[in-house]
Design a protein around this ligand. Structure first.
Ligand code: BTN
Length: 277
């Protein structure tokens, strides 16, 4: 892993926040993996590791995460919370909320949050036709526990920023229906470093406010609340209407079979009308 001079502007503009230690590398396997190793070696909270390209990017639920070189904002942040394990979800929520706000402030694109913390665009941008939510960004939180308490939480975010266009002007066909990128939504290229700076400034804000305020903001940005959803729980699937996100980060679903279920971990699909047929 070779550290370049990229990130000078971020380091300078983030001075005075807890996120000024920005380390920007051209390529690595996974920023989450690297930062977990740095955490184990004793690096302090606040380190931000950014990569132009990942060769073994990790996604939620043991998936991999692919992105074209230099086309995405790929970074991980190290937290060393003193709060109980049950509050760890607040860190990924804070990163998701900050990312949504940064997209709005830097690129004038307003994504929603798909539970738990994906950023999705539902067709209001100039590059999107109307249709189901398309994924702009994903978040993976990984933690280590020492003597029964959280030692480190690494929250990694991958955000599609400047993705190549196929000859048709849209994303490659295999991604066009499920993914989008900021440049496709905004109609122009977006500066990744500017996006990182604004995102981390918003994160500094959300790290300082009461948890209830953060969760209210997450609910107000939610694209899932009010949607018909199918939730894959591993052992079973449920279908219904998502009605609430609790302060502990669970998704409440009023299921078609009757009653309500509180989902702590699961894979949500927003059901677009055709999918109901
Ligand atoms: C998801 O599955 O939606 C979460 C994807 C998270 C990808 C990011 S990219 C930066 C960081 N490093 C990784 O290996 N994964 C996360």
């Amino acid at each position: 892993m070779v550290t370049g001079m990229r990130g000078d502007r971020a380091r300078s503009e983030l001075l005075g926040t807890r996120f000024a230690d920005v380390r920007w590398v051209p390529e690595t396997g996974s920023t989450n993996r690297d930062l977990l190793e740095l955490a184990a070696a004793g690096e302090p909270a606040g380190v931000v590791l950014v990569a132009d390209h990942q060769t073994a990017g990790r996604g939620r639920l043991d998936r991999s995460w692919h992105a074209p070189p230099e086309g995405s904002l790929l970074f991980s942040v190290l937290f060393r919370p003193t709060t109980p394990v049950s509050d760890a979800h607040l860190l990924s929520t804070a990163v998701g909320v900050s990312a949504a706000e940064a997209c709005r402030m830097v690129a004038d694109v307003a994504p929603g949050l798909k539970w738990p913390n994906d950023l999705v665009v539902t067709g209001s941008g100039s590059g999107s036709a109307s249709g189901p939510a398309r994924k702009l960004s994903g978040i993976l939180a990984e933690s280590t526990v020492k003597d029964g308490v959280l030692d480190a939480v690494v929250v990694g975010l991958g955000l599609n920023v400047n993705w190549p266009t196929a000859p048709s002007g849209e994303l490659p066909p295999e991604l066009a229906d499920i993914a989008t990128a900021l440049n496709h939504e905004a109609g122009h290229a977006v500066d990744r470093e500017e996006l990182l700076i604004v995102l981390l400034q918003r994160l500094e804000h959300w790290c300082c406010v009461p948890a209830g305020e953060l969760m209210d903001r997450a609910r107000s940005l939610s694209a899932t609340i009010g949607s018909r959803v199918r939730v894959d729980l591993g052992s079973e699937q449920i279908v219904g209407v998502a009605t609430e996100i609790t302060d502990s980060g669970s998704l409440v679903v009023e299921v078609d079979d009757g009653g309500s279920r509180e989902v702590v971990v699961g894979d949500v699909v927003h059901l677009w009308p055709e999918a109901l047929a």
